[in-house]
Design a protein around this ligand. Structure first.
Ligand code: SF4
Length: 353
């Protein structure tokens, strides 16, 4: 790094103060707000998060309000953001902060890291943005900026590359003036989100272009290098909309299920339509196929087929008959929501969408 870190930091902070997007979580350093925004932004785009963030904070303006809310209600208010494990962990951590710390957010990195659902990245983001501590939080955007800046052509998922980029970020953070550490954390992420974007970075507008090695070598658009991921798993799923009048059969997933515990779902079995033969009375009464759709969760692609069934009773005690209009009040698994759209198309009902 030929340009001194303090000079790079100064250029980046100047750029950030004049160019950053006005996002609701940037108008405050309240750790509760910073935390909620960071959790929502994991795996969800900024534009999608904004309305959820504002609505969530209107509903739960303090960590105590969130801690006191019923679990099902929190999950229902999270619906649409996906990855519901985040919402459950958020709720659990709010209870810890309300119960053990009297509603005051701890400022110590290790203590924050010990809260449910908070990993190293989120703990570092909260401590730097809310408490102005010199911690480095590197999201995908910040890592891309640093890999290009250093012209680092190693696999960015590899430990050696990550270590080197973290060390680079720490050398920058060490020179950030007090009161500006949170701004530096956000500036690095913002540069990656708006300027040092994937494939075609806007280097002419970048405050670091005179010092950037990836720009100088011409390799920036090809960076960062990403090693191959495992091929996604493919799973066939047969889903049944079993109805009795305006009610459909649903069940609540077990509290200890690894995916979406506590959520409600339509009857479904993994495997091709023949797998429905093992589904007791529903299987024998399957009337027709309503349609098909695909759904991806992390590294699994689900190929879903939806069937209609007319069932007078269920011998499966885990299932309940629930009116379609009441389903809206329950946290419903996304796959079941998608399947219910076929009920609308088939004229069964439009109320549960
Ligand atoms: S000069 Fe270009 S490649 Fe380098 S950090 Fe800026 S936008 Fe990214």
């Amino acid at each position: 790094m030929r340009t001194p870190p303090a000079e790079l930091v100064r250029r980046l902070l100047d750029w950030y103060s004049s160019s950053h997007r006005d996002l609701p979580w940037r108008r405050t350093t309240d750790p509760y707000h910073v935390w909620v925004s960071e959790v929502m932004l994991q795996q969800t785009r900024v534009e999608a998060v904004v309305p959820y963030f504002e609505r969530f904070l209107r509903r739960y303006p303090t960590v105590e309000a969130l801690a006191a809310a019923p679990r099902q209600e929190v999950l229902a208010n999270w619906a649409g953001l996906g990855y519901y494990r985040r919402a459950r962990m958020l709720h659990d951590a709010a209870k810890r902060v309300a119960g053990e710390y009297g509603g005051r957010w701890p400022s110590d990195y290790r203590t924050i890291l010990s809260l449910p659902g908070i990993g190293e990245y989120t703990a570092a983001a909260i401590t730097s943005i809310a408490f102005d501590q010199p911690r480095v939080a590197l999201d995908g955007n910040a890592l891309r900026v640093l890999a290009r800046f250093a012209d680092d052509r190693r696999d960015i998922r590899g430990a050696a590359c990550k270590r080197a980029l973290k060390a680079l970020a720490e050398s920058l953070m060490a020179t950030a003036p007090p009161g500006q550490r949170g701004a530096l954390t956000q500036a690095l992420m913002e540069l990656g989100a708006t300027t040092c974007i994937p494939r075609a970075p806007h280097c002419a507008e970048c405050p670091w272009n005179a010092a950037c090695e990836g720009f100088a070598s011409g390799s920036a658009p090809e960076l960062p290098v990403k090693g191959r991921r495992r091929a996604p798993r493919k799973v066939e799923v047969s889903i049944v909309i079993a109805r009795r009048g305006d009610r459909v059969l649903v069940r609540q997933r077990p509290a200890d299920a690894s995916i979406m515990p506590g959520f409600w779902e339509l009857p479904a079995v993994e495997g091709p339509p023949g797998a429905l033969r093992d589904f007791g009375p529903l299987g024998r009464s399957v009337a027709r196929e309503l349609g098909a759709f695909s759904h991806a969760i992390t590294n699994t692609n689900y190929a879903c087929r939806v069937y209609e069934a007319r069932a007078e009773s269920s011998q499966r005690s885990a299932y309940l008959w629930v009116a379609l209009s009441d389903l809206r009040r329950l946290p419903l698994a996304t796959i079941s929501k998608k399947a219910l759209r076929f009920a609308t198309d088939a004229g069964i009902s439009s109320k549960a969408r």
